[in-house]
Design a protein around this ligand. Structure first.
Ligand code: GRF
Length: 193
């Protein structure tokens, strides 16, 4: 039975939503944490189909609705969302939301920040930059969200080797594997701390 003391989380994404799905599956058997909402600014993104398949309530909002943060805030309050997880969410979080959810918004980034962070650094852009620079390692970073892209306090990092034969596709698979393995566990310990 899901109890009242559950920590409610929302997951926001703008693309495929494979991390969102993985997070939902991880918490589906939890007695302490539940995903009560998937949010997206892209009504045609694959994440919307995943939300429907998983039967997790889906909220599609515009950039303007995010920035004014009135309607969206009302939904988060109604669903008692305490933490917002960004998993491939590409819009900047507005100041109002950062104030109201101070230290309660976390993001995953597919590199070892501060390397390859900032505007435009997402998805394959990150991996091709890592390969272009012949880095020996890449990895994932889970961090708190603040007013600058990818600059909030780092909560967790995990490295992986970049091998000679790696290309964007193989490197992105290695990174995804790390994300699926660690991100839900880090969320769990963060929200239950
Ligand atoms: C992930 O690599 C994540 O690190 C980054 O965006 C990607 C999202 O992929 N922030 P998906 O939408 O979860 O499949």
């Amino acid at each position: 039975m899901k109890i009242l003391f559950m920590k409610n989380i929302a997951v926001f994404g703008s693309g495929s939503g494979s991390n969102a799905e993985n997070i939902c599956r991880f918490f589906s058997s939890s007695k302490q944490v539940q995903v009560v909402l998937i949010g997206t600014n892209k009504k045609d993104a694959r994440i919307t189909n995943r939300a429907k398949k998983l039967k997790v309530p889906l909220l599609v909002f515009s950039k303007n609705e995010l920035n004014t943060f009135t309607k969206l805030h009302a939904v988060l309050l109604k669903t008692r969302v305490e933490y917002v997880i960004l998993a491939g969410f590409l819009l900047k979080i507005p100041e109002k939301m950062l104030e109201l959810y101070k230290n309660k918004i976390i993001n995953i980034h597919p590199s070892l920040l501060p390397k390859y962070g900032g505007k435009g650094m997402y998805g394959n852009n990150v991996h091709s930059s890592v390969l272009k620079n012949n880095d020996l390692f890449s990895g994932i970073t889970v961090h708190l969200v603040n007013e600058n892209y990818d600059e909030g306090e780092i909560l967790f990092q995990k490295k992986c080797a970049v091998d000679k034969g790696d290309d964007v596709s193989s490197l992105s698979k290695k990174i995804a594997k790390l994300e699926y393995l660690y991100f839900p566990k880090i969320i769990n310990s963060f929200v239950l701390k």
